[in-house]
Design a protein. Sequence first.
Length: 131
Amino acid sequence: MHVYAFRLAQGADLKESILDMVKKNGIKAGCIIACIGDLGQATIRLAGGKKRKVIREQLEIVSVAGTLGNGECHAHIVVADKNGKCTGGHMKYGCVVEKAAEIVIGEIDGYSFYRELDEDTGYNELVVRKA
């Protein structure tokens, strides 16, 4: 496994920045090992796949988990507000860093991750291939 670590500054879009790192380094199969920091805005698709929620306030990133590869990022995020209330779901564009975010990505040797439409779920689902 090869590891990439980087820091994002205020105003960076979390998903866009992760995708930029994936593309820049030609990552074929990867995962988000760690992501901490804060956001001034979070855009999250809630469970069920239809409703998006935009939260515009200072938020702490509690967790980000996801698979990366071939120019794709499928990640879920949990954020906490000033009272500790957590909201989570599918991370969308529009998760904007407030002060800073620290990200660690692992590149998995010997594999390639793709997304293909699964007729049963109606979504593009992960396909794992040996490289």
